[in-house]
Design a protein around this ligand. Sequence first.
Ligand SMILES: [Zn+2]
Length: 319
Amino acid sequence: MALDGKILHRARERLAESRRGRELRFASRRDELYIKNPRLYELDREISLAFVNVAKALLRGGNLEEIEAENLRLQDERKAVLRKMGLAPDALDEVPNCPICGDRGYTSDGMCVCLNRLYKEEQSKELSKLLKLGTQTFKNFSLNYYSGKELAEMQRNFRMCKRFAEKFSEKPGNILMSGNPGLGKTHLSCAIARVVSDAGFSVVYETAIAFCVVFDKIKFQRLNQDDELLRDAERYASCDLLILDDLGTEMRTANTISAVYDIINTRLVSGLSTIVNTNLAPEEIGAEYSPQIASRLLGEYNVLEFAGSDMRSRIKQIG
Ligand SMILES: [Zn+2]
């Protein structure tokens, strides 16, 4: 299961922020105590110098025992000072928020549970942003407005999408949904996204317009290495499931056509799943984009055709 770089970046930023918060709180509390009792400050300073003295002694052959004894005396005095101030001996020890990794986010076994928890939180935020288009699920997908041949076709599309979502972990694949707007392509894609993401996979939903803006900016603007747009491009390429919606509505240029080809091809080669939705008929793709894009989409994807007129206007007419 691929980690989403953009989401991981956000999770790590949150971890760093909480670490900085902890450091600031600690520093201000320490300064307060130093002001209350300046001897405490002197002691801490001398104790920190003890390490330097040990290093010097090791280099020049000084008396380590003496240094050690002096250090113990300083530590005892420090405890006594803290006790007098009504504080525990470890009152000035900086305690990390996460005792497992010391707030670094990683242990020798890999990602720590604390960073993983933040990652999950960011992932679910991302999904609700992704699904802000509505609350589309398989349950609330209605087949009531279809009849005859259209109904049979929609039932088949529905079944294929549901199976795709449920079997995602065993058998990732690719879907091309083709048909007029308002026939449920986005609804079914979002329903898939919800199921796949709930199973813990990284899902990125993007409209073709937004996708192409990213690649135009990457090509024509000077970006620094850490730019959000580069992270967007990276997640298009590496997420477990990419949903590219509304292909055909974006401004087509040589650059965007090549970006579309690259993403489709790269993901096929890496065995990563992609869903492409388009208002174009399958036979129009070659002329509107390129024969290579058409051959990938029509040859390697499961093609689902959505026939009929806009469902939203039909619902309006009925209602
Ligand atoms: Zn941790």
